[in-house]
Design a protein around this ligand. Structure first.
Ligand SMILES: Nc1nc2c(ncn2[C@@H]2O[C@H](COP(=O)(O)OP(=O)(O)O)[C@@H](O)[C@H]2O)c(=O)[nH]1
Ligand SMILES: [Mg+2]
Length: 363
């Protein structure tokens, strides 16, 4: 085992040195922070083999021996020390640095776990990564699956679905702008009418010009009533008006998930004393970061399950698995095109798993 101390201006730089010098297998044994006019940090790291040879260049500058078991980072890392003022650290910067360190340590941990997988499971891991399954989940799945042939089962065991018959009487659909909420509401309503149910539509989207009109056209085609409401009281009145119906579908305005003040209309859905469930609709062709941010934004509406739209436009489906497992929410349906009512599918866990693995969607 080789143990070394790395000194730099920030933890991020010190970890960069550790990673460059000792590789992804390095283990952090301890850290030390020196405050004052020339603040610095020291990270003690160990690696379980003799790294030997001359130290490499690192992104922050060249390494040089600073003692028997010590390396210092020259270049930006140490050169900048003379210009640092002893101001109180900026909290945002500190948080970002801690986050960066956490990510870097996590990367190191994951790549060492990945390397320790047997060859057969490494292939499974690589395949899952191609399907856009996150590295940590891909490692867990490849380790859990007895063989490459069992990966669909391993994936399916972690995805919950929700069948159409489990839905509450009222279903509200929320989600970012243009994701397909109104189209999906029309698909759901048309399906329930086709099954002989009495349905009604409620529109909360009074924000966008034409939003009411779009749903009105669908309500006429399907042959069910539509109310457009703009307050919680009006929503309550509408719900009690349609209480004797079998199903009520509520469309909502889409807003930018980055806009924190945009949830007011949606809060009116909470605690209405009516059997109502909320579906968060997200587009399958968005990346993990956007999906997670949107989830956190809409979580204030108490999300019951997920629906993924525009599956026909997506290339890889790992993000569906990543989101559903991260927040432990069932996937109710996916939508596969613009046509109402046919382009919507309620699937089983193994059907979704097969789709995520690129085997096509099975019901
Ligand atoms: N390709 C594709 N387009 C869809 C799907 N669902 C909805 N759309 C289209 O996405 C656009 C926005 O849909 P809309 O229902 O108005 O979105 P909203 O703003 O969330 O209500 C329309 O052109 C829809 O036809 C889908 O599953 N696949
Ligand atoms: Mg809409």
């Amino acid at each position: 085992m080789k143990i070394k101390k790395f000194r730099a201006k920030t933890f991020r730089e010190a970890l960069c040195l550790v990673k460059k010098e000792m590789g992804d297998d390095a283990v952090i044994l301890g850290t030390n922070e020196r405050r004052g006019i020339t603040p610095s940090v020291e990270v003690t790291a160990a690696v379980d083999y003799d790294i030997g040879g001359r130290p490499e260049e690192c992104a922050a500058g060249a390494l040089r021996p600073g003692g028997a078991a010590e390396w210092q980072c020259k270049g930006p890392a140490t050169a900048a020390q003379t210009t640092v003022s002893p101001e109180a650290p900026d909290m945002k910067g500190l948080r970002e640095e801690i986050e960066g360190i956490r990510n870097m340590m996590n990367d190191m941990r994951l790549s060492s776990m990945r390397r320790s997988l047997p060859d057969e499971k490494k292939k499974v891991y690589q395949y899952l990564r191609k399907c856009a399954v996150r590295p940590d989940l891909a490692i867990g799945l490849s380790a859990a699956a007895p063989g490459p042939g069992d990966i669909t089962g391993a994936l399916a065991r972690n995805i919950r679905t929700r069948s159409e018959s489990e839905m509450q009487k009222a279903v509200a659909v929320v989600g970012p702008t243009g994701v397909g909420k109104t189209t999906t509401i029309a698909k759901l309503a048309a399906r329930s009418v086709k099954k002989g149910k009495k349905a009604a539509l409620i529109n909360l989207d009074t924000y966008r010009v034409g939003a009411s009109e779009q749903l009105r056209i669908y309500s006429r085609i399907i042959g069910i009533p539509l109310d457009t409401v703009s307050s919680r009281d009006e929503l309550r009145r509408s719900l009690s008006k349609y209480a004797s119906r079998d199903a009520i579908f509520i469309d909502t305005p889409g807003r930018n998930p980055k806009d924190k003040g945009s949830l007011e209309e949606l809060r009116s859905l909470a605690d209405l004393g009516f059997p109502l469930e909320t579906h968060l609709l997200l587009s399958a062709n968005c990346d993990d970061e956007f999906l997670w941010m949107a989830y956190r934004h809409y979580d204030a509406c108490r999300i019951d399950c997920l629906g993924f739209t525009k599956v026909d436009e997506a290339v890889r489906f790992g993000s569906i698995y990543n989101l559903a497992t991260k927040y432990k929410k069932p996937v109710a349906y996916i939508t596969t095109g613009q046509k109402v009512p046919q382009d919507i599918r309620f699937s089983t866990s193994s059907g979704l798993a097969a789709m995520i693995l690129g085997e096509g969607l099975q019901s």
